[in-house]
Every structure is written in C-alpha cells, then in structure tokens.
Write a protein that binds this ligand. Structure first.
Ligand code: CTP
Length: 400
C-alpha cells in the first residue's frame, strides 16, 4: 500500500459539473503541494465552472475532458490503470448515476472503469437531489462496490437553501482520501463513541431534550473508521448522518445510553463521550399524554441522571483512553480550560475536549474551535471543520 506521506503518488482527480468545482481547485492544489503527481479529469460540464487552464496550472499536468485526446497513449484507460488513488470532487447526482450504472461515455467514466485503485467520491448537490431515492440507491450501489463516499456536509447551499449537500471541505477530502490508501494507525483498535442529545420522557409524546445535532460524534466516528478502527456509535437522536462502516446503537434516554455504553466500552481501546447527556430526568414519566389542566402552571420534579463518563472513568480497564467533552457557556478561554480540567479530574478522563456554547454557538456543522485539555502539558487549540478537529483529536490521543 502506498504511504500517503511519501511524495509522488499518482492521483487522478475527477471533477464533475457543480458549483463546488471552485473548491475542488483546493483539493488539486493541496495534493500537488504534498508532492503528488495529480491528473485532473474534468467533465465537459465541469469546464463550464472552472476552465482547463486553471486545472493545468494548479496540477502541473496537461488536462483534457476528451476521450479523443492522447489516443496514441490509450489515455482513456491509461490514467485509470496507473492511478494509486482516484478522487471525484465534486460528484454531482448525474455523475453518481453514471458511475453506478458503469457508464463510460467520457474520459472520467472510462478511467473509473479501468482503475483498480481506491476511489473516493465527495458528493455535492441540493438537498432534494441528495435525498432522492434514485441518488440514495446509486450511493448504496457504489458503497457496495467499495467506493468511499465522503460527505456531503450540511450547511448553506448555492441558493438561499441549506441542508445536506455541501461538498466536504477540500483539506478534509484530501486527508480522508490519503487515509484510505495510507497506513491505518487505529487498525485492530475498538473505538466507542457516544453522540446526539438524550431525550428524557415526560409522557408518551413529550420529552426534555437539548440542541445537540450529533455532528461532532459522527465526525469522530468517520475519522476513527478511516484510521482503521472498529467503531461503535451509541447515539441518542441526532440530525447528522451516520457514516458508513460504523456500527450504530440507537438509544433514547440517559439511562439507555448508560447501559449501552457500559456494555460496548468493556473491551474498547478508546471511549469518547461526545453525547449531550441530560443531567436531569423526570422523577415520574406519565403513561398517558398530559392534558392541559385548569391550572396556569404546574411543576415537574426532576432527579439526577447517572453520570456515564464518571462511571466509565471509575471502571476504566488498564490502557483504555477515555475522552470527555465540556461544553460551557463561559466568556473566556482560561475559564473554559479551568472548567475542563476540573471535569477531567472529577471523571478520571484522559482528555477533555472543551468548547464554548451558547445561542447559535457550537451546534450544527459550522466550523468549531476547541481546546484539548490533557492530564499533562498545556492545552492545545484545534480549529476547523468538525472532521478536521476529529482528526486533530486522534493525533493527540495517547497510544494512537
Ligand atoms: N456526561 C455523562 N453523563 C451525564 C452528563 C454528562 O457522561 N449524565 C458526560 C458528557 O458526555 C461529557 C462530560 O460528561 O463528556 C461533561 O458533560 P457536561 O454536561 O459538560 O458536564 P456535567 O458533568 O454534566 O457538569 P455541568 O452540567 O455541571 O457542567
């Protein structure tokens, strides 16, 4: 297997016709800067967004979308045969349909049929197109053939709409793609991650919940999977999509999560408590839907939930690395780090990932800024997308 840190892999970057083409320039640039031999294959539609001259200048190689260029070198299959890695970014809904159908109607299609190299595809399209049954079926087909699908991310799209469909950020595509062909630092390790926001039932239809979207936990799960780990994601309800290759264990309440986490983490090498676990749960859950009474107010009595991280810390097997989160509404970083350190000690954690939260801050899939507070040494700041931060966390974890 080629080592992605070694210079000089031959990487084919397919670019299909979507507005995210302008961001794909960053993918090509990053690969070229890392010293790889990059060959861009745009579709004709992609050239409507970013022209041939840009791709050639950035990749330092000739570029053509045409099967009838370089016929003497049998270029329509040579690029695929010689590739160590193929990345398609952005991948449109149309491209996914063509690739799933094995169509070879252009240079990118012939190249993909001719290659045995790992293929990483980063879809980008409007949410309706991504969620269409046809696209979902095509993605399933491709995954079934071993194609690595990266994203899409959620967020603002080209128009005024937002939702799943944004291309994953260029540096994350490159890192994940190189991870596919590179050494797997977490091979043979079991990683258990909790995510989402627990729901504490009041009655059969109402619950106490929180604003967690689960994006940090799914980014951690995707990153651990790419690094070769066996990953279990014990998740309360979340908005984020569960990455492929990850074993999902759905739970609802803090109590459910406790049971599943205690069981799953017994033989785990790394346990990450990224879930937003409710601290309080109703003492009594009504078996029937509460109706409006004539009273103007009523009281709900709450009791503490079990502190899962603390319990995991108490029973931690030797060698296991336990990571917790601390989401705080404090104003300054010193106070944030101090609170994180207090949680690290109180719960016998090895690392606490600390971030500031508040109205619109810290939730969803926006870029984030967190501090890694560890048993020894100064806190480390990590910024970027949640996938980038997930990568940084695995880089600093002891024993990984
Ligand atoms: N946590 C947990 N079980 C709970 C509450 C929290 O395992 N019942 C975990 C979280 O998943 C996180 C860490 O503990 O990894 C810190 O959670 P946080 O809510 O920030 O802190 P608390 O310990 O609940 O303290 P406080 O709410 O007072 O800040």
């Amino acid at each position: 297997m080629p080592d992605p840190t070694a210079r000089g892999m031959r990487v084919v970057v397919g670019v299909t016709g979507g507005i995210a083409c302008y961001k794909a320039v960053g993918v090509v640039r990053e690969l070229a800067l890392l010293g790889h031999d990059v060959h861009v294959i745009p579709t004709h539609s992609a050239l409507q967004f970013v022209g041939q001259a840009t791709w050639e200048a950035i990749s330092h190689n000739p570029v053509s979308a045409d099967v009838f260029t370089g016929v003497d070198q049998v270029r329509h299959v040579a690029l695929g045969q010689q590739a160590d890695l193929v990345i398609v970014a952005p991948a449109t809904a149309h491209f996914l349909a063509q690739y799933a159908g094995g169509m070879a109607s252009d240079l990118l299609g012939t190249t993909l049929l001719a290659t045995t190299a790992p293929v990483v595809v980063a879809p980008a399209m409007h949410t309706e197109m991504w969620e269409h049954d046809a696209t979902a079926a095509n993605v399933d087909t491709l995954r079934g053939r071993g194609v690595h699908i990266v994203g899409p991310a959620s967020g603002r799209l080209t128009g005024s709409d937002s939702g799943p469909g944004r291309m994953v950020e260029p540096e994350d595509i490159v890192r994940l793609a190189l991870g596919v062909v590179g050494p797997k630092p977490l091979a043979g390790k079991k990683v258990v991650i909790s995510g989402g926001g627990t729901r504490e039932a009041i009655d059969p239809v109402r619950f106490l919940g929180n604003r967690s979207t689960g994006h940090m936990a799914t980014a951690l799960a995707a990153e651990a999977h790419h690094r070769g780990a066996t990953v279990t994601l014990v998740h309360a309800p979340l908005e984020a999509r569960i990455p492929s290759g990850v074993q999902a264990v759905p739970v609802d309440s803090a109590q459910d999560m406790r049971e599943q986490m205690l069981e799953a983490s017994q033989d785990a090498d790394i346990v990450i408590m990224a879930a937003a676990v409710a601290d309080w749960t109703p003492v009594e859950t009504f078996t029937e839907k509460m109706s409006k009474t004539s009273e103007d107010s009523w009281s709900l009595t709450l009791r503490k939930t079990p502190d899962i991280a603390k319990e995991l810390g108490r029973h931690k097997p030797t060698g296991q690395v336990l990571v917790g989160f601390a989401a705080e509404t404090v104003a300054d970083d010193d106070e944030l780090v101090a609170r994180a350190r207090a949680k690290l000690n109180a719960k016998s954690l090895d690392v606490v990932v600390a971030n500031r939260v508040g109205d619109k801050l810290g939730f969803g899939e926006t870029d984030t800024a967190v501090w890694f507070v560890q048993r020894s040494g100064a806190p480390v700041l990590s910024t970027g997308s949640k996938l980038t931060v997930a990568g940084h966390l695995f880089d600093v974890l002891p024993g990984t």
